[in-house]
Design a protein around this ligand. Structure first.
Ligand code: BEZ
Length: 209
């Protein structure tokens, strides 16, 4: 087996990085990428990441030719063009836009959950902005309700960019909001998630305990 030719800056807690790791597993490309774990927050960026991605965000993927690509959507698109199996992002047609839109909605849920994490974990409690936190939480609830009511059949058909993204979003909620209790409100989403959680790519990329 040849040495990895790419390097992924990641953090095991990041749901955005997890999307990339899952796609690597699902497409048989994990051995092509060496993983570089970085610890960072919006107020304590990592100097090496900032050198390669001016906004300092992960995931960022350093390619064999030294070019660096980001964010997770761009990396998924790139990696999906580097394997010979079935594409995990439809190449064209209405399926492409629908699957990417579901993936974008999942990313928005992750954004909201991450903003809540930063507000509650990084800012002193007396500075927490409760209306803003509530608005993020409502965004999450609306998105979960949409997946439950409008998307569950589509998500169940195959494990692609849409399903990977929704699984990472829900997985991040379980990780950072373990008492949310979303399963009782969204039982079909819960059943779907419990099933896809057993995939090797999901088991091997679980957030830290
Ligand atoms: C987290 O600890 O939740 C986290 C850390 C890095 C990136 C994203 C999320």
């Amino acid at each position: 087996m040849s040495a990895p030719s790419m390097t992924l800056y990641y953090n095991a807690a990041s749901p955005f990085a997890r999307k990339v790791l899952i796609l690597l597993h699902e497409t048989g490309q994990a051995s092509r990428v060496s993983l570089k774990a970085v610890a960072l927050t919006p107020v304590s960026p990592d100097a090496e990441v900032c050198r390669d991605n001016p906004c300092g965000k992960i995931p960022a993927l350093c390619l064999a030719d030294g070019n660096v690509i980001h964010d997770s959507r761009v990396i998924l698109d790139y990696l999906d063009q580097q394997h010979v199996g079935n594409p995990l992002i439809p190449k064209e047609g209405s399926a492409r836009w629908r699957r990417l839109t579901l993936a974008s909605l999942a990313d928005a849920l992750m954004d909201a959950a991450l903003l809540i994490r930063y507000e509650t974990f990084l800012r002193p409690e007396e500075k927490h902005w409760s209306e803003w936190l509530d608005a993020q939480q409502e965004k999450i609830a609306r998105t979960l309700a949409y997946f439950e009511a409008e998307a569950i059949t589509e998500l169940s058909t195959h494990f692609d960019v849409a399903s990977i993204s929704v699984a990472c979003a829900v997985g991040y909620l379980d990780f950072r909001q373990p008492n949310l209790g979303w399963r009782s409100s969204y039982p079909r989403l819960a059943n779907w998630y419990d099933e896809v959680s057993q995939r090797p790519s999901m088991l091997e990329t679980q957030p830290p305990a």
